[in-house]
Design a protein around this ligand. Structure first.
Ligand SMILES: O=c1ccn([C@@H]2O[C@@H]3COP(=O)(O)O[C@H]3[C@H]2O)c(=O)[nH]1
Length: 454
């Protein structure tokens, strides 16, 4: 892999010079190499460019959260760029909106044909989706588009301006100029999640998006491993590796271990709590349709009634064909009843929590606030504790264990590995060459033939 140039230092003219004479595929990262989420990169080949993904970095500190409270559809791009939640990528944003950012080139002025591909609909992959110039084609799996449309109808869409998207079927290649792209289903806690194989000339690049092997669709991940075998370049997430001690030697393995919940193990845990003779509240991330299905099924095994939030009930209706009781007014729900299983989303938490009876159970199952790293976590914990509400965490991560992700890497045996989307990408081991990509540096994708030097 050969470092080509500092894209950030290129003028528009040299960008043209950079691609015109050579027909080698290159990759440049703009964000999300050493953070959890917000990965944005571009693969360029023969004057065409594929950008993936387009999420906003998740930074739940008080200052950022305060700035985000001012967000609306018109100011989204400005706030995201100012807060550095989106990177300054030339040729992606509407020309009229980049004028406030000197040096940033708008989409219409940019000489390279660009398209965007989206792996899945978590905000760290799509938060900036509606800030992309509407003239740029955006592709996502048909199922992601189905989810997007349902969420959007339920009022849950990223900030920015409505636009159209291209849904693509799994396994069927499509082209952006000479770049061939195939979407594969992958096991992640988001309906419609995809990984990609991107082919540029004789080079094959595998981009995993987010993945695991402990969900109900582990088969997808194993299938993708086969499709990606011996890729010239593998770009993979490493969320779980973020939390490994520095002196821990990561060794790939498929084992699950004792202290670990697979998605399929959660139903038993939910059932045990749902059956308690206490008022039960819970929340989970609505885009995890498998968990929604499991909660509906588990609730039906009890003699209690499930009450979903309007958004969760709408998703259940549209994507699972399930009619589940809901309420327009969660503030008026009967929080004293031990006959109800009430879905209380974090957005309604503050307005409802005073009505919740002491001795109730709150099940937190991969929902907001996401964990102690989130500045809202302590207030959430305190609000439960002072009301004597018991917190139970039934968490099954959307991300593979670090050992599992390493196993995926070992199986794929890429010529070059670029681990990203992690606080500690350096924990992931490349069976051949490994590069920890730097933001703004353009690397030639040469299957490890070149020298990784500057
Ligand atoms: O320091 C941290 C720790 C975690 N997280 C996110 O919280 C999520 C919790 O559910 P999950 O386990 O499926 O995935 C996790 C990550 O995406 C983060 O953004 N920064």
């Amino acid at each position: 892999m050969f470092i080509f140039s500092h894209a950030s230092k290129l003028s528009m003219a040299s960008v043209v010079e950079q691609v015109a004479p050579n027909h080698k595929a290159t990759i440049t990262f703009y964000a999300g190499t050493q953070t959890i989420g917000g990965t944005i990169a571009a693969i360029e080949y023969n004057n065409h460019r594929v950008v993936f993904d387009f999420g906003t970095d998740f930074r739940p500190d008080p200052e950022t959260l305060a700035a985000l409270r001012e967000l609306n559809d018109d100011n989204a791009l400005r706030i995201f760029l100012e807060q550095r939640l989106l990177p300054k990528v030339d040729g992606v944003y509407p020309d009229a909106q980049v004028t406030a950012f000197p040096g940033l080139i708008g989409a219409a002025e940019f000489p390279i044909h660009t398209a965007v591909i989206i792996s899945h609909l978590h905000l760290d992959h799509v938060g900036g989706l509606l800030c992309i110039d509407p003239g740029i084609d955006v592709y996502m799996s048909d199922k992601s588009l189905e989810l997007y449309n349902v969420l959007s109808e339920a009022g849950d869409r990223p900030f920015g301006h409505e636009r159209t998207f291209n849904g693509v079927p799994y396994y069927k290649p499509f082209f952006v100029g000479d770049i061939k792209i195939t979407a594969y289903p992958i096991d992640h806690d988001c309906y419609g999640a995809s990984a990609f194989i991107i082919e540029a000339g004789d080079k094959r690049i595998a981009y995993t998006g987010d993945l695991r092997i402990h969900g109900v669709h582990s088969r997808y991940t194993f299938e993708y491993i086969e499709a990606a075998k011996h890729a010239d370049l593998l770009i993979t997430e490493g969320v779980a590796a973020s939390f490994l001690p520095d002196d821990y030697e990561l060794v790939g393995s498929k084992e699950f271990g004792e202290d670990f919940y697979a998605e399929k193990d959660l139903d038993r845990q939910f059932l045990d709590l749902f059956e308690l003779k206490k008022p039960i509240l819970f929340d989970f991330y609505a885009r995890n349709i498998e968990r929604l299905r499991m909660i509906i099924d588990t609730a039906s095994k009890t003699d209690k009634q499930l009450v979903l939030s309007p958004k969760h009930a709408f998703l259940a209706k549209k994507l699972l064909g399930a009619d589940v009781r809901t309420t327009d007014s969660l503030t008026d729900a009967d929080y004293e009843s031990d006959r109800l299983l009430i879905n209380l989303p974090f957005e309604q938490f503050d307005s409802c929590i005073d009505k919740v009876a002491s001795g109730s159970i709150y099940i937190h199952s991969n929902s907001e606030p996401l964990g102690p790293f989130d500045s809202r976590w302590q207030a959430f914990i305190d609000a439960l504790a002072i009301r004597d509400i018991e917190l139970h965490s039934l968490h099954s991560s959307g991300h593979g264990k670090a050992e599992h992700i390493q196993y995926v890497i070992d199986q794929i045996q890429p010529k070059v590995l670029m681990p990203v989307h992690s606080l500690k990408p350096y924990k992931s081991v490349g069976p051949n060459q490994r590069i920890l990509p730097e933001i703004g540096v353009t690397y030639m994708i040469d299957g490890g033939d070149g020298q990784a030097n500057k």
